[in-house]
Design a binder for this molecule. Structure first.
Ligand code: GRG
Length: 285
């Protein structure tokens, strides 16, 4: 069994080295806010997925790098906007002040917008139109933005399990699925390989949000680096609200098992892709 946490941390350190070459170098407050939100912290799971799928299917790391950077830029933009007062309104992110608390709402909104634009510029360097389409769909209304709207528009309105799945598949799962698919594109994976990656990503995306919901209830703010216990206060639809804590934890095990089953024909038991679902079930941050 590999040590997933150690591997993710080592990959995050190496990715942050790469990311330095892509940071905006402007002096404006917006550029400072972009650097602040991109530069430090974060588990960097989405770039790790891009690189892992590229390697799994025999691609070269250099081909996947622009996609890894682009997807992390989109993720960081989403965190900036998610923390704004008109969204989920949080003062902390990754253990420090959220972007708008540090730089003001106007600069934070624009930093998020600029990161989204920059992400497409970086991805375009790989000269792959299919990748641009994957990113656009995952980030936009069919994906993350649409999922965020379902979340915000259903505060204090109870969802069914199907609606909860749909929200999570779009809000959190779409970007995770795009990361896996971009790795496949960078490697020139076959249709069969790409379809397996999509099925794995489908389980992983749901699992990722499920464990995020559990941590909101079970962890302290210091551990999470953001304010804990907010979901219930805000009347959010979460796995914990729908199933209760214990059943939610069981569902996490089920999703992890399904993700492993999907990837097992391609990735050995000592790989990050095989071990990541199990690590997510027990993650502490
Ligand atoms: C377009 C105005 C406007 C807003 C959009 C897109 C959006 C706002 C919000 C995105 C939804 C969102 C933030 C979903 C949560 C996904 C999630 C679990 C994030 C945490 O990801 P981690 O744990 O974070 O990977 P780190 O800090 O490790 O990178």
């Amino acid at each position: 069994m590999i040590n997933v946490q150690k591997k993710l941390q080592a990959q995050a350190t190496s990715f942050e080295e790469t990311l330095r070459g892509y940071l905006p170098d402007g002096e404006s407050v917006v550029a400072q806010a972009m650097r602040y939100s991109l530069a430090d912290g974060g588990k960097r799971i989405r770039p790790a997925l891009v690189m892992a799928f590229c390697a799994l299917f025999g691609g070269e790391a250099e081909k996947a790098t622009p996609f890894a950077v682009a997807i992390e830029m989109i993720h960081c933009y989403s965190l900036i906007h998610d923390d704004l007062p008109c969204m989920d309104d949080d003062d902390y992110r990754r253990g420090r002040l959220s972007c708008h608390r540090k730089f003001g709402e106007q600069a934070a909104l624009l930093a998020g917008d600029a990161l989204l634009a920059e992400a497409f510029g970086v991805a375009a360097r790989a000269d792959c139109m299919a990748a641009i389409a994957v990113l656009a769909r995952a980030a936009g209304e069919p994906g993350m933005v649409g999922g965020q709207w379902l979340d915000l528009s259903h505060e204090n309105v109870e969802m069914t399990r199907a609606q909860l799945d749909e929200m999570n598949r779009r809000k959190t799962g779409a970007l995770i699925a795009a990361a896996c698919e971009l790795g496949c594109l960078a490697a020139g994976a076959t249709v069969e390989q790409t379809e397996a990656a999509r099925r794995y990503a489908g389980q992983l995306g749901l699992l990722f949000q499920l464990t995020d919901d559990v941590l909101d209830v079970t962890s302290a703010s210091e551990q999470l680096g953001k304010t804990a216990g907010k979901d219930e206060v805000a009347g959010k639809n979460t796995w914990v609200a729908l199933l209760g804590l214990e059943r939610a934890k069981e569902a996490a095990q089920e999703l992890a098992a399904r993700a492993r089953t999907e990837i097992a024909p391609f990735a050995g038991e000592d790989t990050l892709l095989f071990c990541l679902p199990g690590w997510l079930v027990g993650r502490e941050y």
